[in-house]
Design a protein around this ligand. Structure first.
Ligand SMILES: Cc1cc2nc3c(=O)[nH]c(=O)nc-3n(C[C@H](O)[C@H](O)[C@H](O)COP(=O)(O)OP(=O)(O)OC[C@H]3O[C@@H](n4cnc5c(N)ncnc54)[C@H](O)[C@@H]3O)c2cc1C
Length: 405
């Protein structure tokens, strides 16, 4: 079969390899000048390929059980074997994360592209597909003012997330044109904006904190991990972990708050007694210096302003009420979420092509014969930790093997 793959990213490259191994003539259309640009940016350039703790519960969407047959067919072992046979060894990082042994995402792209070329895959870079028309049993692709016909078409063009790396959401438009439903996408694994006064005073501080997300007064999620204070709000792995629910709340105009436990290894009582004890030997120390003994200086400065304690010339002047307020801030710092940094900064998108209209075994459209979808264009998104790339490789693998004459 003459197969067109739209997108030379993670899912498109694996799909191209498997389809070519199946004896198909494969052309990959990529709008960027280079293949796999997003892969190069993953895991801070180290590419968190997959995760040893792979599980369907790590995936989300309107119908997340869709991932189960894909993960059965392409599990962590299959993933490791797939890359090992291409010549790429992996190493294990924290929390089951898998990375290329070389520590470089470019190794992953180079090895995938080499294999595909060896198998005769034709790469057409700087070739943005503008339109797809279904002509009889075939697909007519409009690229760079030219049209070409294919027997099968794979939409592997990603989502709206991080458009500077190529994904522009064109796959959603193609899917809609071909009769598919698209669940409205919103940014996920994304930094949060906060309009809390003085927050920028803590800019640059990174701590291990307990994080709770409250939406319309109800606690929705609790995690612990890195929180980074920034001029616009909050970032860090724990914030990305709660960003899906926070982003959804923003879309639905539900008020949300992040509540931070800045001293997660201490109980509230322990913090209270620690502060009380420290008052005894505060001497003439300024409030900021006194707080600096337990939290970073910039964070101390923010807490002082947030609690309107700037007027105090020394820590020993703290009243019992003010001490209580400080203790409360250390254990349950409440920050309003104004929004997210948006698609521009998001690692992935929630939403996408409705998977109920796609066959879960072959990933072929239930509406159009020989039309396939793989990767982030589908309404599936995974947790942080290699789950999204795993889904991209796995769904590309399944599509590549499913294309039949
Ligand atoms: C900064 C960042 C870090 C990340 N880190 C990780 C990580 O460490 N681990 C992890 O699991 N996930 C990570 N992700 C998520 C992961 O990269 C994506 O989920 C994955 O790349 C999706 O693969 P895909 O093939 O669906 O889409 P993409 O990789 O986005 O590929 C789609 C390709 O299609 C091309 N394209 C789009 N439209 C057209 C068109 N009309 N014509 C031709 N070409 C087109 C695009 O240029 C792009 O190259 C990260 C994402 C970002 C942005």
């Amino acid at each position: 079969m003459n197969v067109a793959i739209i997108g030379g990213g993670a899912s498109g490259l694996v799909c191209a390899i498997e389809a070519a191994r199946g004896g198909h003539r494969v052309s990959v259309f990529e709008k960027n000048a280079k293949l796999g640009r997003k892969i190069l940016a993953t895991g801070n350039g180290k590419c968190n390929i997959s995760n040893l703790h792979l599980n369907p519960t790590r995936y989300h969407g309107e119908f997340p059980q869709f991932v189960t047959p894909i993960l059965k067919r392409f599990n962590t072992l299959t993933c490791k074997d797939f890359f090992r046979t291409l010549g790429l060894e992996m190493r294990e990082g924290e929390a089951g994360r898998l990375y290329p042994m070389s520590h470089h995402a470019s190794s992953v792209v180079d090895i995938l592209v080499h294999e595909a070329r060896e198998l005769g895959v034709k790469f057409l870079c700087e070739s943005e597909v503008k339109r797809i028309a279904h002509k009889g049993e075939q697909f007519e692709l409009h690229v760079n003012d030219q049209t070409s016909l294919f027997d099968a078409c794979v939409i592997a063009s990603g989502s709206f997330a991080y458009p500077s790396l190529g994904s522009s959401g064109s796959g959603y438009a193609f899917a809609k044109c071909l009769g598919h439903t698209v669940i409205e996408p919103y940014p996920t694994l994304v930094q949060l904006l906060s309009d809390e006064a003085h927050l920028s005073l803590a800019n640059g501080v990174k701590i291990d904190a307990g994080v709770e997300l409250f939406v319309s007064g109800t606690m929705r999620q609790r995690v612990q991990g890195d929180v980074l204070f920034t001029t616009y709000g909050l970032s860090g792995s724990a914030i990305l972990d709660i960003s899906r629910a926070a982003s959804r709340a923003c879309v639905e105009n539900e008020p949300s708050w992040v509540v931070l436990d800045l001293l997660p290894t201490f109980s509230k009582e322990a913090v209270q007694s620690l502060l009380q004890k420290r008052l005894a030997y505060a001497g003439k120390k300024s409030l900021i210096l006194w707080l600096e003994g337990i939290i970073p200086k910039k964070l101390a400065l923010f807490l002082i302003h947030a609690n309107t304690l700037e007027h105090l010339t020394s820590a020993s002047l703290l009243s019992p009420k003010e001490l209580k307020r400080l203790c409360f801030s250390l254990k349950a710092l409440r920050l309003h979420v104004k929004g997210t940094k948006g698609f521009e900064s998001a690692e992935v998108c929630s939403g996408g092509v409705d998977v109920r209209e796609v066959d879960e075994k072959s990933l072929m459209s239930k509406k159009v014969k020989n039309l396939y979808f793989c990767g982030e264009v589908l309404d599936i998104d995974g947790d942080c930790g290699g789950f999204n790339l795993h889904f991209a490789w796995g769904s590309g693998y399944v599509v590549g093997q499913s294309i039949k004459a």
